[in-house]
Write a protein that binds this ligand. Structure first.
Ligand code: 5GP
Ligand code: ZN
Length: 112
């Protein structure tokens, strides 16, 4: 996806504060953090959103969750953290390359 900012971060052609990279996923700090820890975990391969997932993607989605847990531990979020995946405009998805928000480091309010 030539014009996708997260594809550019994954391939290194756009800058980001990368905190984890492996053959399947990349994680980097959000440009506009909503909490002391705000990390985005993305599949290296462009997936538009949760709605574009196929059965064969189950492994990579599971891997994203395991990496989220490991990053939460590295960020010392032992009191808790939140994982969010906005899907579609009404949920507030603004970047259409699927991503998991890892939020923590302050008391998070109930969602609505
Ligand atoms: P969404 O609104 O799609 O759930 O989340 C997109 C997130 O990506 C937002 O929190 C936004 O701050 C972040 N973001 C957008 N563009 C960039 C960028 O170029 N670099 C980084 N690090 N984060 C970005
Ligand atoms: Zn992309």
């Amino acid at each position: 996806m030539g014009d996708c900012i997260f594809c550019k971060i994954v391939d290194g052609s756009a800058p980001a504060d990368i905190v984890h990279r492996d053959e399947r996923v990349t994680a980097f700090r959000d440009l506009h953090p909503a909490a002391p820890t705000h990390i985005l975990i993305v599949p290296n391969r462009h997936i538009h959103s949760v709605n574009a997932l196929e059965t064969a993607d189950a492994e990579i989605v599971g891997h994203m969750l395991v990496i989220a847990k490991e990053l939460a531990a590295k960020e010392n979020l032992s009191d808790g953290f939140r994982l969010v995946t906005n899907t579609g405009p009404q949920a507030g998805q603004t970047v259409f390359h699927m991503h998991l928000h890892l939020l923590g480091g302050r008391q998070l309010r109930a969602m609505g």
